[in-house]
Structure formats: structure tokens, C-alpha cells
Design a binder for this molecule. Sequence first.
Ligand code: SF4
Length: 257
Amino acid sequence: MSGNISENPGVAAAGPGDPGIRRVLSSIPVGGLTPFTTIDFPGRLAGVFYLQGCAWRCRYCYNSELWPFPPDGIRVPPEKILRFLESRRGHLDGIVFSGGEPTAHADVGEWMRAVAASGFATGLHTNGMFPGRLKEVLPLCAWVGMDIKAPFEKYEKITGVPGSGEPCRRSLEILIASGIPFECRTTVHPDLLSETEIVSLAGRIRQMGVTEYHLQIFRPDACPDKDLRGSPRALADITANLRTTLSQMFPIFTVRS
Ligand code: SF4
């Protein structure tokens, strides 16, 4: 463990006890908190802040309680966030900003800077819907996980939002150009995404420069869409053919269940 802020250039160490830092940390709309994970920020022991608010309505979303933007929705009390950061300083390597969609908030850069100044490396989970804001916060990120929902021209059938793929394509270009370590991942429900479409989107992002890609099996437990939950194909495994094809495309490829 390092708790190393040197990976966040330009962020001065202050600590969660600093009054200015406390004010900023208290304003983060954390709807949920994972206190300890070894899988959400590769190579690090990390906590995860799930930020409240997402404008998309992915049918398979298992974080729909995070859809409303503040002041609506749930909120972990700011005091709990402050105590958490104070108690984990020196014990956790990093904090991942997840969601919801962190880049939907104009202040996300300020929040990440305050967490970095408190002694944590910062990571980001994003759907890429705001390329401009992603570009702003990338210098604060030690690692990024980006969702790829579908072939870019077919995003609407997952997100429910026309034209939602194009900004994500731009975000992926920006992320690749940044040189920051990252992965791409796609959640698979066979009723929403065919194997042909998966191979098509995989070929596209490989061509763009993605080297690490993961498929995530649909999770019915918290999915709000009863048709998806009840579909006989909901829990269909990824076929051996598709696994082989994608393994041959990407230096790093896994299926996450
Ligand atoms: S982008 Fe993420 S948080 Fe937003 S609706 Fe889709 S799965 Fe849920």
C-alpha cells in the first residue's frame, strides 16, 4: 500500500482535516460507499464512492437508486465520508469515483483533487458521456474503467438516449490519447446485444487502440427491468467461440460473472 499522491501531479498534500478540503469533501454527493475492494482499482486496495446521478436509463442498470441527481436520491452523510477518509488514510491506496456517472457533475474535478490531497490515488469509472469533462479530470486519474455499451451507432438501444454513442467514441479517443492506464468493459444481456454486435464493437475499439477488454455477465439481482430479468436467455454464458475470438483480439481479455 502506498496512499501515494505523487501520482496526482499538481495536487498538494493537505489531508481530510484541512478546513478547505473538508468543505469540498463534504459536498461530494456519495450515494453509496464500498469501504474496501481489491478489484475496482487494479493493483490497489481501494474504496469506491458511488456518486448520485445519471441521465441515462440503461435497461440492465443495477444502480438505478443512483439515477436521481442531488438533492434527490440517497446520500451517505458527509460526516461519514470524512470519518471514512480520515480512518483509511495510509491503509487504502486509492478511491474510485463511480456512479451513477461521476463526470455528470461539474465539480467532479474539485472533488477528485480534494480526495487526492487527502492522501489517496484517484481512479474513475465512467460511461464517457461527457468527453470535455473527462479530458479535464484525466490528469487526476491513476486509472480509468470505461463502459462500452454497444457499437457506438447502437447506444440508444441500451441507454434509451438518441445519439449517446458519439460522445462516448470521442471520450474513448481522448482516454487512449492520454496514455493513462485503462480498461474497457461491456455488460452483456443476449436480448440487448448479439454476439455479432459484440464482435463488431470489439473490433472497432481494438482498432482505436484498446488493449484491455472485459465482458460482464448481466446481473439480475438489482435490475429494474422485469422483462430482462425474466428472459430465458438472461443468464446465458458467453459462448466458447466468442471467448476465443475476443481472446485473440485483445492482449488482456476476461469474462466477469
Ligand atoms: S450509465 Fe451506468 S449508472 Fe447510468 S443508467 Fe447506465 S448502467 Fe446505470
